[in-house]
Design a protein around this ligand. Structure first.
Ligand code: F6R
Length: 259
């Protein structure tokens, strides 16, 4: 079962996860990070610069989870731009070492396989940051996605289009297709860290952590992974049946055990 850590707020979650990422970078300056976009990981990215003060980050490598298909890479809401703005620039990473799946229409048929090869060539992802959609998606693996899936093109659900409309002028402007790491790809990362904040995520979190393992709720794939940390605020934890136990285990967590 995933370790579930219920924190007072998103800032506390950001600090906790940033501590672990900074530790990994110090231990291995060439570490491969799995990066998520959207609102959820922002507290982690915001907490990182002060923890990396004086640390050599020039060789850190990273792979984003997903990208919109057909979006101009220079569009401010392409995930390539978002990762650049929120992670690469503030942390001073080498942009050549931080990749997003290629969502260009030209070559889209082999973009997924190319991305899989690049992740494998880098030695795989050490720590994968994940958010979760209100419909239970991780990456852009919408309900029905195979647990064995690899990076490929998917069609976003109406709910995801509406959820992501806040980043665009209107829901019609949200690209309908995306290219996303598969659930199989995500499950190969060595440590999964899933974050969620707010009441709107409570149902998806409860399904992912405590519900049946089902492709109908792709986030439940985390139950198949041996090392998962779920970091949620009280609101996102509000539908968890075993919340008291999670508090109890975290309060009594052995000091030697890392995240
Ligand atoms: C983003 C991603 C998505 C988001 C999810 C939650 O790279 O893969 O799974 O994590 O849609 O989005 P936010 O964090 O904006 O609520």
């Amino acid at each position: 079962m995933a370790e579930v850590i219920i924190v007072p707020d998103a800032q506390a979650a950001g600090g906790l996860v940033a501590d672990e990422i900074a530790r990994l970078i110090r231990a291995n300056p060439e570490v491969v990070l799995g990066l998520a976009t959207g609102s959820t990981p922002l507290p982690v990215y915001e907490a990182l610069p002060e923890r990396l003060d004086g640390v050599d980050v020039s060789r850190v490598r990273g792979f984003a989870l997903d990208e919109y298909v057909g979006i101009d890479p220079a569009h401010p809401e392409s995930y390539r731009s978002v990762i650049h703005r929120e992670v690469v620039e503030p942390l001073g990473l080498d942009p050549a070492l931080i990749r997003t799946p290629d969502g260009s229409l030209e070559g889209i048929e082999h973009a997924g396989a190319d991305y899989e090869s690049a992740i494998a060539a880098a030695g795989g992802v050490a720590l994968q940051i994940l958010g979760i959609g209100t419909d239970g998606h991780i990456g852009f693996n919408e309900p029905g996605s195979s647990f064995a899936s690899v990076t490929r093109v998917k069609t976003l659900t109406q709910q995801t289009l509406e959820d992501n409309a806040r980043f665009f002028d209107s829901v019609e402007d949200v690209p309908m297709h995306c290219i996303t790491q598969g659930l199989g790809t995500i499950l190969r990362a060595r440590h999964l860290v899933l974050l969620a904040f707010g009441e709107g995520k409570a149902e998806a979190v409860a399904g992912a952590v405590e519900g049946p393992v089902t492709a109908s709720l792709p986030g439940s794939a985390i139950q198949l992974h041996p090392h998962v940390t779920v970091v949620v605020d009280e609101a996102a934890a509000s539908r968890l049946q075993f919340a008291d136990y999670y508090h109890y285990t975290y309060d009594n967590k052995p000091a030697w055990q890392g995240l």
